[in-house]
Structures are given as C-alpha cells and as structure tokens.
Design a protein around this ligand. Structure first.
Ligand code: SF4
Ligand code: SF4
Length: 291
C-alpha cells in the first residue's frame, strides 16, 4: 500500500478531465490473479507519487489465487486527496475477460475503458462503455517480445496517457522487477516492450480479434506416431520448452494458461519425441511421447 501524500503538488493532471469534475482521477485496474496486475499497479502508483501527485491505492480481491478476478482502485489528484472512494471510474484498465464483470458497475458513458483487445472481445464490455481504447497487448507481447511482457506494454501506454515520464516509470519497473530479469537481454526485451506500449496508438474501432482464450482442462494431442499432453493449469508461459526444442516443433498458441499467458502448441509432424520439453519444463506442464 502506498501512502497518500498531502504535500506534493503537480500540474500533471491539468490536461486530464475527470468524469466526476475537478482534478481527481479515479482509475480501476482489473485482471486475474497471477497476471501481475498488482505489480504494474504498484509501479504505476509509485511513479505517480514520485511525480508529485497525491495517490491512493486500494487493492481488492476475494480468494487470492490464480485465475480469479482481481481489482485495484487508484485515485490520483494534483491537490490534497481527502476521500479516495468512488462509484464511477474515469478510467478502467481491464486485461482479462473474466474480470469484466467485476468492473462493469463502475463504468459510465464518460469512462475511458482501456482493454487488451487480443484477449477481450469488445462486445463483452458493458453497453455503457462507449469510450473504448483497445491495446492488443497479449498478441504483441507473444509475437514480438515474451508473453509475460504484455502488462509492460499496458504500463507503457498508461505512462503516456497520464503524462508520467517513461524513464521514471521504467526505473520503478527495475526496482520491483529488475531481479526477475534473468539477463541483460531479458531486461532489454522487457524495456522494449514497455516503450512500444508508450508509443502505441490504441484501437478505437476495428478492434483486434480476441483470439487468446483461457483454457480449462488438458490439451491432448495425437498424430504422426506421437501423443502428448499440455496442462494449461500449470503452464506459466515461460517459453523454456520452446527454446529447448531442437527441431522448432513448439510455438506459443492461443490458449491461455495459469498466468493468462499463452501456452505452447506442438507441431507433431516436426516433433522427434526427444523429451526435452518434458525434461526442461519447470512445472511439469508438457510431455510428448512416441506411441
Ligand atoms: S519432445 Fe522434443 S522435439 Fe518434441 S516438442 Fe518436445 S522438445 Fe520438441
Ligand atoms: S510448458 Fe512448461 S516450459 Fe513450456 S512454457 Fe509452459 S511452463 Fe514453460
């Protein structure tokens, strides 16, 4: 939890009109447990606080576990913030279809709804949400960077929307996540994803197709003398199996695993059943054998 600061001032919000009037901006972040929503919310609020804004950050979740909706309430103000509770959000940032219901009641026609258009079909959003901003973050992260960087793409975009200096925000990313970047290359890749989000122009219509879908149950595959099993309930989308496959038979598919990141799919024609994917997967989420 970040403290509410009653001292610092900033003109940062002066260009941003609140739906509720005045300079107070009410924001909701929503996604699933395991997606890193609380992490990017902490980074965002910390950067806003260090930029001189008054900040309130109230995470809210029921059963704290992966795959359940998770919501965080944020209020920013450039004058003393006295009462952070709100009924209508100025901005809703929603990253998984299973979290839409949890935020619907806070959306008015004036609410700007920023959503991952590659995982959420815009038709699922409440009818009151008429100001839509689609960012196909999961699709871009998976095809250009790494699946788990989708939330950095969103964070980069939000930095632009709220006039936060990107270098300051990324220094907060490094403070909280730096140790998780296992190499300089990984750090550079995630930084690139963040700045790509910063430069992104959102979709206002003609939204991307929401091709990435949460998957329940095992994925069973069979053919070309092999059979295999991939368990989305265990797969964290780390990509180790893809990197270790000697014949490039694995790639990320469109089914989402336990962290709402894509799980691998296998091309059984290419696969030589070497066992590398099973042996290297840290979560025992994949196995392919000869039959
Ligand atoms: S068994 Fe070997 S060849 Fe087949 S997908 Fe796994 S790593 Fe690739
Ligand atoms: S199957 Fe295992 S190694 Fe492959 S992406 Fe999922 S968790 Fe990582």
């Amino acid at each position: 939890m970040f403290p509410v600061n009653f001292q610092k001032r900033s003109k940062m919000l002066s260009n941003t009109k609140s739906a509720s009037g005045g300079n107070k901006i009410n924001i909701i972040f929503a996604g699933e447990g395991g997606q890193g929503i609380l992490t990017i919310t902490k980074i965002f609020t910390s950067a806003a606080f260090k930029s001189g804004l008054d900040v309130a950050y109230i995470p809210s979740f029921g059963v704290e576990q992966r795959g359940t909706p998770l919501v965080a309430f944020i209020t920013l103000d450039n004058s003393p913030l006295r009462y952070p509770k709100f009924d209508v959000a100025d901005y809703v940032v929603v990253l998984q279809s299973r979290a839409v219901e949890a935020v619907s009641q806070f959306i008015s026609p004036n609410t700007k709804v920023i959503f991952d258009s590659s995982t959420i079909n815009f038709a699922l959003l409440p009818k009151t949400s008429i100001q839509l901003f689609g960012i196909p973050a999961t699709s871009i992260a998976t095809s250009k960077y790494n699946p788990r960087s989708f939330n950095l793409i969103i964070l980069g975009y939000l930095s632009k929307v709220f006039n936060l200096k990107p270098d300051l925000v990324f220094s907060e990313v490094m403070l909280l996540l730096g140790k998780k970047f296992k190499s300089k290359e990984a750090e550079a890749e995630n930084k690139e994803a963040f700045y790509a989000g910063y430069e992104m122009v959102p979709e206002r219509d003609n939204f991307s197709k929401a091709v990435f879908k949460p998957r329940q149950g095992a994925i069973l595959v069979k053919g070309h003398g092999k059979s295999g099993e991939i368990l989305p309930s265990r797969c964290k989308g780390c990509g180790i199996c893809i990197a270790k496959c000697p014949v490039a038979a694995l790639s990320f598919g469109e089914e989402l695993g336990v962290l709402a990141t894509p799980v691998p799919k296998v091309d059984l024609e290419r696969c030589i059943a070497c066992g590398n994917c099973r042996n290297f997967c840290p979560d025992a989420a994949i196995s392919i054998d000869k039959i």
